[in-house]
Design a protein around this ligand. Structure first.
Ligand code: ASP
Length: 344
């Protein structure tokens, strides 16, 4: 059993509100130098863990994070995988659920915690939520239970809740309670105690070497349906040159209009080699194709059910699979499978 000093955590600061303080000379928010993180959060010194940090340069507002940056994050984890017991990624909240989903697909056979966190208020402000989020994220990344990492998954820790990254979605631009996991149980909750829920946590069956998948194909699109959607728009998307995958955000349990032109356009796109994934615009629940006539016809046309996947996980999974496989059959087969616990 390791003692506290032997447990090491790497903090990877990518950017976002959490790492901001007021510059006294200008009054503006500026990123802090994460090499001196414990000057801003002195509580970290009390942990006793061996903490290391690395910062992106320049740091990124998460709206500017893209697959190239996911690859950089995964490479940092890959290079230092054997040297650390856990990883904390500090990230802007806006696209955190996309990054967490992407990393969950990239890091095959992950056996160590990768905990993403951030904050709604900068760490340099008195009322910040960043201090609590950072401290507990580190505690989770360092936690060992029965000699093994307590949560060997890519997760998001925010406002006292630990959720599986690829099941999580940002729901509030205002509240500290900014994320939720609509279709999957919490992995841990923090109150007086840090309570891990062992059943929903996924533990690797046996130790296998970490495999990092680094290819993404961004030739994808998301089309959100709305009453009155017109053919010109649907056509512009399905006829986009090189578009290999299209996510349709449908109504309720996966329903869409039964207009003949709509089904014809989808079928034509699929027959020409495209893949369509049906994801619900509802914030919870699952696509159930065939339950209503309005989804049965899409099933017949060859549309794939996204089941209870989040929008963030669906687009990152599709880009990941299209980057990994050239065969349409292989991509469709993998869309129907849970790769990292993203669908039930
Ligand atoms: N715009 C910021 C970002 O996502 C917001 C935040 O950090 O919460 O990078």
């Amino acid at each position: 059993m390791k003692n506290k000093k032997e447990i090491s955590v790497l903090i990877i600061y990518t950017g976002g509100t959490i790492g901001m303080v007021h510059d006294p000379s200008t009054g503006s928010l500026v990123p802090i130098d994460f090499r001196h993180i414990s000057d801003h959060v002195p509580e970290l010194r009390k942990f006793g863990y061996d903490l290391h940090s690395i910062s992106f340069d320049p740091v990124k507002d998460s709206s500017n994070i893209d697959p190239g940056i996911w690859i950089k994050m995964a490479e940092i984890i890959e290079e230092s995988y054997d040297d650390f017991d856990g990883f904390v990624i500090l990230h802007g909240t806006d696209t955190m659920a996309y990054t967490a989903s992407a990393l969950s697909f990239m890091l095959e056979n992950l056996a160590k915690p990768v905990i993403l966190t951030g904050s709604q208020l900068p760490i340099g402000l008195l009322r910040t939520d960043g201090r609590e989020n950072l401290i507990t994220a580190i505690e989770i990344a360092a936690a060992i239970e029965n000699g093994l990492p307590a949560v060997p998954e890519v997760c998001i820790f925010f406002d006292n809740k630990l959720t599986r990254g690829n099941r999580t979605t940002k729901m509030s631009a205002e509240h500290f309670d900014a994320f939720y996991s609509p279709n999957y149980h919490l992995l841990a909750e923090v109150g007086l105690h840090l309570k891990y829920y062992n059943n929903p946590i996924s533990y690797p069956a046996k130790e296998q070497k970490l495999i990092v998948h680094k290819a993404f194909d961004t030739n994808v699109a998301i089309l959100k349906l709305f009453p009155g959607i017109n053919r010109k728009l649907v056509n512009a998307i399905t006829k986009t040159e090189g578009l290999r995958g299209l996510i349709i955000e449908t109504y309720g349990s996966g329903n869409a209009p039964t207009y003949q032109w709509f089904l014809e356009d989808l079928k034509q796109y699929i027959d020409k080699g495209g893949i369509i994934l049906n994801v619900t615009q509802c914030h919870g629940g699952s696509v159930e194709m065939g339950l209503y006539e309005t989804s049965r016809q899409m099933l017949t046309a060859g549309v794939v059910s996204g089941r209870d996947i989040t929008s963030e996980a669906s687009v990152t999974k599709l880009m990941h699979l299209l980057g990994r496989f050239s065969s349409k059959e292989k991509v469709v087969q993998s869309l129907n499978m849970s790769l990292a616990g993203e669908i039930s």
